[in-house]
Design a protein around this ligand. Structure first.
Ligand code: BTN
Length: 318
């Protein structure tokens, strides 16, 4: 009900009388008062003027489900949004929901994480109300061998959303780190639950530094605020991420992946550079030549031999 009241206030121009709200929503005036008090507790600033009614002055800077879903206009991504003030990691909560059968496009958001994780067991710093920390559940009809497609698609979707909301152009370090002027703006983690030849579900975790000041960032990281010199609505950032994911994901057929690869290459921070890649098989050094058709990275070693890597930690040498 609070959700409906807030949407009603958002859509109305000027004041809304208690009588109008009461009639449209079929609740008593005392009920409205109670809901308004609860909304204020959630951080909504609502002005009440005798004889005029109620007006929404400001919304809280929180990634609340109904804020994200308001005017979102996607069909799958964000169909369900699960919000928590604090989680150990949105990945764990998304995995739990995935196991319980949560639908594709379910999003888990937190304002802070106590055990935010990055790739290769690294920690992901998650200062409260500063960044976007979310996980999305996907149920792709792809074999696990094509997971790299989703990894590249995620990087492209987040980079496009960032650019649309802030004008900041991020480059992609293979496979899916977003960098601005060599500093890390966002990281993406892809984890999956698979059975022999089928992915049961995939969880895409996105950590994006949005309103962090310099002192709220770890070494080598940047934020949208640092790059653009202003504060952004994290809700808008999340909405745009979900919209661009939906656009790209809906077309993940042959042609669609060609388009993703094109967009990825256009933003690449890796191709043409000398790289050192570490994975469980060892260390490989050489020049990053191109993406293969399945999203793997082709590297020409000094011996002239070209090898392909599907995952690994990349260090760019020069
Ligand atoms: C990386 O660059 O190493 C990937 C970082 C991924 C961080 C996000 S924040 C939301 C989600 N929950 C986590 O614990 N990790 C991912």
């Amino acid at each position: 009900m609070q959700e409906q009241i807030i949407n009603f206030l958002k859509r109305s121009k000027g004041y809304l009388s208690g009588e109008e709200i009461s009639r449209s929503m079929n609740i008593s005036r005392a009920g409205i008062w109670k809901y308004m008090q609860e909304l204020r507790k959630d951080g909504y600033e609502i002005e009440a003027v005798p004889h005029l009614g109620y007006q929404l002055v400001s919304v809280p800077d929180k990634l609340l489900a109904h804020e994200i879903q308001f005017d979102l206009k996607t069909k799958i991504f964000g169909c369900r949004v699960v919000y928590h003030e604090t989680l150990s990691s949105t990945m764990d909560e998304a995995f739990k929901l995935g196991m319980e059968g949560a639908p594709e496009g379910t999003v888990v958001c937190a304002e802070t994480q106590t055990k935010g994780r990055g790739r290769l067991g690294r920690e992901w710093a998650s200062p409260k109300h500063k960044g976007v920390y979310l996980s999305i559940i996907l149920r792709p009809k792809l074999p696990p061998t094509e997971l790299a497609k989703l990894t590249l698609l995620s990087a492209v979707a987040v980079a496009e959303a960032v650019e649309k909301v802030s004008g900041v152009k991020a480059h992609i370090k293979w496979p899916n780190d977003l960098l601005v002027k060599n500093k890390k703006l966002a990281g993406i983690l892809t984890e999956l639950r698979a059975e022999v030849d089928q992915m049961k579900f995939v969880v895409i975790g996105i950590g994006l530094n949005v309103n962090n000041t310099a002192t709220q960032l770890v070494d080598g990281a940047t934020s949208l605020r640092q790059e653009a010199g202003k504060v952004f609505s994290r809700v808008e950032v999340v909405q745009e991420i979900l919209r661009s994911f939906e656009r790209r994901y809906a077309h993940l057929d042959e042609q669609g992946f060609e388009d993703v690869m094109g967009a990825w290459k256009e933003r690449s921070h890796t191709l043409g550079k000398r790289v050192k890649i570490t994975d469980p098989a060892g260390i490989v050094e050489g020049v990053a030549l191109d993406l293969d058709h399945d999203g793997g990275l082709l590297i020409r070693q000094d011996s002239g031999v070209i090898i392909k890597k599907m995952a690994g930690d990349v260090v760019q040498l020069r």
